[in-house]
Ligand binder design. Structure first.
Ligand code: ACM
Length: 635
């Protein structure tokens, strides 16, 4: 093929269509105010970005120019203090009507102006601006496009509802490299998250170098390799090499912190103690109340939750011993180095799910209870937590912990991260403490997002629609104490970054909107439409997402002792559900669900799929009738 023809073919195939240009504006999170005007602005292929005289703004302008310089476009950056025609102007202003971290973005037929009082506002405004560009802007690979970008005329005024807009990433259960964490930061900032909580330590791995305690990473960062369902994996065999794991060196942490800071993201480090500490104990067994040999857990079952509820006990003692002074010397060393590495004002000390069944049997704990006048094991844990706070405060940092730190009495200055619902947060605020909301009911993005028949198995479900109902500010609590909220991604069942993405998106959209947008702007149907537009953006950016909103919701009940009733619905509007009981695969010509179903005699399974406009939208879901009987409680 001749070169000119080759170029022409690509030009045609990547030409931005009119449909793309005129697609509805879909910004996530929804801005405070967005007014669409008539017409479009065309940025010339050799267009210019004007950047305020500020190093951060210039860096952002350069990044934006790189993103827009695809194919034949070559966008350049010039310093300037006033709007210039036919350009994108990023201007720092002194305007009291723009709130903290807020911005004003105006696209007219003559150009784009983005103004903010601080560089952070410019950064958030750029994220919005990028969402006004065609999806193509998200493509990683360079592509041939026509030599201009077209933007809709619009005026947007915007600022965040909360200052703490977080995602928690568990890098202990599965390790993610510096490059992978940076990639996660790149994804989260597009949706205006500004806090990355790194869960750095747990039973399955210690992931941060502590120079004064080298065994934490020599031993604690490595485990025998297993693949499958966490909690059922086999224990290490005698002499088996610990080959799975990894950790961040202190240089890695500095690199991550710099990368995050450049994108207006704080990193909150979590060192989870006194429970969840098996990796630390494998390195330093003398920190346990229960002497012995320990291993870093590969995902075996060593904690037991009888009945699946909140109560549990350990088959192995995975706790640091609060009655051992060596533990406090250890924590002093850990927090000294952690405090030096992370500029963020908080350190998270965990505090969740501490099994006390070994403490109960420990003479040193009993002696400590007498000496310190501690009435029960809650007070023992509270004693430990208060000492953690003293150490953390002595490093110039504030302490935050999971809501169990309320048990036995809260440390005097502690902030509480409420996960077992919002009641812990409400109680902490009542006591005058700062609060971050991350309740399981709305913000646990390790849970399944659709039917268990199709999702990778986890013990609970959180659908997008439910996540969208997250409101971190319950009625009747002092709003000034609620710093915001976050979604938590525990990674027991997340083995790789593709699945990390699948679990985060689109629920991350819902959490972002809950934390950034005005509450009165919430509109599920509108959000669902915007979510679909953003699926296309994720695809362009090569980021995986869960398509679970397209699958039917299956509710099963029983009419009498033997009859199953199947009720089907969808999370989003406009889908039809088609089903079969005869083992064949349904399509849009199969029966369409419109009323609760009973199972035909002897049927083996129900198969279901959703359609829209004659196109399959959801995945084929197959549920054996035996499973439905179980769900309905029929023996
Ligand atoms: C937690 O989910 N254990 C904080």
């Amino acid at each position: 093929m001749k070169k000119s023809l080759f170029v022409a073919v690509f030009l045609v195939s990547f030409f931005i269509t009119d449909a793309q240009r005129t697609a509805a504006i879909s910004v996530i999170p929804q801005p405070v105010s967005l007014v669409r005007g008539a017409g479009y602005f065309t940025l010339p292929g050799n267009g210019v970005i004007i950047a305020a005289k500020n190093e951060e703004v210039k860096r952002m302008a350069t990044d934006l120019a790189a993103k827009l310089s695809k194919g034949l476009n070559k966008i350049t950056v010039k310093e300037g203090t006033a709007v210039q025609p036919k350009s994108i102007s990023l201007l720092l202003v002194n305007d009291k009507s723009i709130r903290k971290d807020g911005y004003r973005l105006k696209v007219t037929t003559g150009g784009v102006s983005l103004s903010a009082n601080e560089p952070s506002g410019i950064f958030y405004g750029i994220q919005t601006l990028l969402q006004l560009f065609p999806t193509l802007v998200e493509r990683k690979a360079d592509v041939m496009v026509d030599d201009k970008w077209v933007l809709p005329v619009v005026t947007i005024e915007d600022h965040p509802r909360f200052g703490w807009r977080g995602l928690m990433l568990d890098v202990s259960r599965h390790f993610f490299t510096v490059a992978q964490v940076k990639d996660y930061i790149d994804q989260m900032v597009k949706y205006k998250f500004n806090l990355l909580h790194l869960h750095l330590t747990d039973d399955q791995g210690w992931r941060i170098q502590i120079k004064s305690l080298p065994k934490l990473t020599e031993v604690g960062a490595w485990r025998v390799e297993r693949t499958g369902t966490f909690g059922t994996l086999s224990k290490p065999e005698a002499g088996e090499a610990a080959t799975y794991g990894g950790f961040y060196t202190q240089e890695d942490i500095k690199e991550l912190v710099k990368y995050a800071t450049d994108r207006f993201v704080n990193i909150l480090p979590e060192i989870d103690v006194p429970g969840h500490s098996l990796a630390a104990i494998a390195a330093y067994p003398e920190l346990s109340c229960t002497p012995g040999e320990y291993y870093v857990s590969p995902g075996d079952r060593f904690m037991v939750w009888p009945g699946g509820g909140q109560h549990f006990y350990g088959l192995i003692d995975n706790t640091l011993c609060p009655a051992n002074e060596k533990v406090y010397e250890f924590m002093e060393k850990v927090f000294t180095e952690v405090a030096q590495l992370f500029p963020f004002e908080y350190i998270h000390m965990g505090g969740d799910e501490t099994a006390r069944n070994f403490w109960e049997k420990t003479d040193a704990i009993k002696a400590m209870m007498q000496k310190e006048n501690l009435k029960n094991l809650d007070e023992v844990q509270s004693y430990f937590v208060k000492r953690m706070e003293k150490i953390i405060n002595s490093k110039g940092k504030k302490m935050i912990g999971w809501d169990e730190i309320l048990d036995g009495g809260l440390a005097p200055n502690a902030a509480v991260m409420s996960w077992r619902g919002m009641k812990g947060g409400i109680e902490a605020a009542r006591q005058g403490h700062e609060v971050v909301m991350s309740p399981t009911d709305f913000a646990y993005i390790d849970y399944m997002q659709g039917d268990a028949a199709i999702e990778p198995p986890v013990y609970a479900t959180l659908r997008l629609k439910k996540a969208y109902q997250f409101d971190p500010l319950p009625e009747g609590i002092d709003a000034s104490l609620v710093k915001g909220g976050q979604a938590n991604l525990w990674t027991e069942q997340v083995y790789n970054t593709r699945h990390l993405q699948y679990m985060t998106w689109p629920r991350g959209f819902a959490i972002a909107e809950a934390l950034w947008s005005p509450k009165e702007k919430r509109d599920w149907n509108d959000f669902a439409k915007r979510t679909e537009q953003h699926f296309a953006r994720l695809t362009a950016a090569e980021v995986k997402y869960a398509p679970s909103i397209y699958d039917p919701i299956v509710e099963v009940s029983k009419k009498d002792t033997a009859t199953i009733i199947i009720k089907l619905s969808t999370e989003i509007e406009g889908l039809s559900i088609h089903y079969s009981f005869d083992n064949s695969f349904p399509d849009q010509y199969y029966p369409k669900y419109n009323a609760p179903l009973t199972v035909p005699k002897d049927a083996a399974a129900i198969k279901m799929i959703t359609y829209r406009d004659n196109q399959p939208t959801g995945r084929m879901i197959i549920i054996p009738i035996a499973e439905l009987r179980k769900r309905a409680g029929i023996k």
